[in-house]
Design a protein around this ligand. Structure first.
Ligand code: ATP
Ligand code: MG
Length: 568
């Protein structure tokens, strides 16, 4: 379990460059507290020398100073609050950017193993909680501590004996606080988890709305959300009970303190050992002393909450991608597009059975290599190995003779274009989606790619042509249309190797043929690996590789093996 101190140390470096402003902000807030001290002293002065003495002459000078102080306090408070917020928001921006960048570097499968909603909460709510603690929290702590010292010093200066009497109660605050924080933290941990679970249920249900409705699962999903909501409610109430108990408790301690001081003061007053103004300003100092002390207690609660969040962020930040760039990775590739799998064996993490075993094949420029095999035989896994989402446990994958582990990830992925099995579209227009890999592509290039993918005709028939929004995950389009947009996107990318995972499943036979034709033409000089169940395309291929689930892999050439012999 992460301690509050470790959590702070862990995230403090993100304030680099902002600390100057943290200091200025805290100084301004301290200045406003100091002004307050003088104002209270002026109030005592006016009580004794103007009100009690009934002397209006003595009023003007302190009144003028008081007014100036009020303006100064206002300016300092404004500056202090402004800077505190600015530093906090900058910190938040930086931390979120950095955690998001890290998460983007993780393997796609890292995310597949997690609930998206929970990750979303980590990148939003949890990061904000850390900000509350590390950036704003520091200012709050420093300001409160210094203000407490200032008001305590002022109280001591006015009447040290009275002050000591009231300070005797101070340890009570600490005892109260210590008792609260650990329980508060437990509640905060549960609250953060429930928060993630709620967002997950909402995300999972809404993104599968059609499935939910088609299978009449609305009530079940509502119950699921209700259950998570209930645990959130319980955690939140536990937090609130603690925080809400804490406040009145502090107030009672405070009242006891004030009453003791007033009683003692009244006795002193009757013996003429203190003036009314002196007593009133002393009481005011005490009144001002408590808020900073309360504020310190509050920071403590915020810190416990933030530590729960920090733990969740640290867990993300410590996750390592399955593959990393080698220190001296090559950033230049030959870009001819010769692909070779040499005796590659790979099992997914935590899986006993290899997904790919002893696989060897070659694909060169101008070639169309067809990969086929039953479902689960490792075809899509090959795309993940070629793009280095994973490294094989044995054997190697080479690109133009170089082990792809020698290449930087960016270079490798620039060389290979992947068309995934599940068509991925972003919410945006048709044009945005085709140009995703090349945002600088001209309309002409986009049109050419769309024509080659046999998509142009249906696109111009859409209500707004290339500017038609595709909706969430492209759901405003048909499956085949989505697929052809994805093909167009892949074609627009100028990479020597193209690997297409089931590009024609959603297409009718004539469209599939039409797509394949320009594909070959476009792939002139490039290497194309086509994963498909559709063996009608086999005659067009230079080589057909049939995968078997685990073990037993056969490599055959379409030249020496009649296609029909392999059809079931
Ligand atoms: N991320 C993963 N973690 C663990 N196992 C996985 C993962 N992805 C796939 N597998 C397993 O690896 C094997 C090969 O999967 P793969 O997706 O490569 O099959 P495929 O040949 O593409 O099948 P299909 O024709 O149905 O698309 C399967 O047994 C699958 O369950
Ligand atoms: Mg597959």
């Amino acid at each position: 379990m992460l301690s509050t101190r470790d959590a702070f140390r862990r995230f403090w470096p993100y304030t680099r460059g902002l600390r100057r402003w943290l200091v200025v902000g805290a100084l301004l807030l301290i200045l406003s507290a100091a002004c307050e001290v003088v104002a209270i002293w002026l109030f005592g002065d006016i009580t004794d020398h103007v009100l009690a003495a009934k002397n209006l002459h003595a009023f003007w000078t302190p009144a003028a100073i008081w007014l100036e102080l009020a303006v100064l306090t206002g300016v300092a408070t404004f500056g202090g609050s402004y800077l505190t917020t600015l530093v906090g928001e900058r910190f938040l921006l930086r931390l979120r950017d950095s955690v998001f960048a890290h998460v983007q570097g993780l393997s796609p499968d890292f995310l597949d193993n997690r609930r998206l909603g929970d990750l979303m909460v980590r990148l939003t709510g949890d990061i904000e909680a850390i900000e509350q603690f590390v950036a704003s929290g520091v200012i709050q702590t420093v300001t409160a501590a210094v203000s407490a010292v200032i008001f305590a010093a002022a109280a001591l200066y006015v009447r040290w004996d009275l002050a000591l009497v009231s300070f005797a109660v101070a340890p009570l605050f600490w005892v109260a606080m210590r008792n609260f924080t650990s329980r508060f933290r437990d509640a905060a941990v549960r609250e953060r988890e429930s928060s993630g679970a709620i967002t997950s249920v909402v995300e999972e249900t809404l993104s599968n709305q059609a499935l939910v409705q088609a299978y009449n699962r609305q009530r079940a999903e509502q119950r699921r959300l209700h259950r998570e909501g209930l645990s959130w409610l319980e955690a939140k109430m536990a937090e609130t009970r603690l925080a809400a108990l804490y406040e009145p408790l502090v107030q009672v301690i405070e009242t006891v303190c004030v009453l003791v001081v007033l009683g003692f003061g009244a006795w002193e007053l009757t013996n003429d050992r203190v003036t009314l103004g002196g007593l009133l300003s002393f009481a005011a100092y005490l009144g001002y002393l408590y808020p900073p002390i309360q504020s310190l207690g509050q920071v403590n609660l915020i810190a416990s909450e933030a530590t729960a969040s920090a733990e969740r962020i640290v867990e993300l930040v410590e996750a390592r991608p399955a593959v990393v760039n080698r220190p001296a990775a090559r950033t230049r590739a030959a870009r001819r597009g010769r692909v070779a799998f040499d005796d590659v064996t790979f099992s997914y993490p935590g899986s006993e059975r290899p997904a790919v075993e002893g696989l060897s094949f070659r694909a060169g420029p101008e070639e169309l290599v067809l990969l086929t095999g039953p479902s689960g035989s490792g075809k899509s896994t090959i795309t993940k190995l070629l793009l280095r989402f994973y490294d094989p446990q044995a054997g190697r994958v080479r690109l133009d003779g170089v082990d792809i582990r020698e290449l930087s990830l960016a270079t490798l992925r620039d060389t290979v274009t992947l068309l995934q099995q599940e068509t991925m579209l972003f919410p945006g227009t048709v044009r945005d989606n085709i140009a995703y890999a090349r945002p600088d592509a001209t309309d002409e290039q986009i049109g050419t790619a769309a024509r080659a993918a046999d998509a142009h005709d249906f696109i111009i028939a859409l209500p707004e042509g290339y500017d038609t929004p595709v909706g969430q995950r492209g759901r405003l389009l048909s499956g085949g249309q989505r697929q052809r947009i994805a093909i167009a996107r892949a074609m627009l990318r100028d990479a020597p190797v193209l690997i297409l995972d089931e590009p024609t499943t959603g297409l009718d036979a004539p469209t599939a043929r039409r797509v394949l034709e320009p594909l070959r033409r476009l792939m002139a000089g490039r290497t194309t690996i086509l994963i498909t169940h559709d063996l009608h395309l086999a005659p067009e291929a230079d080589r057909v590789i049939t995968l078997q689930p685990a073990a037993d892999v056969r490599t055959v050439s379409s030249d020496d093996d009649p296609l029909l012999a392999r059809l079931p």
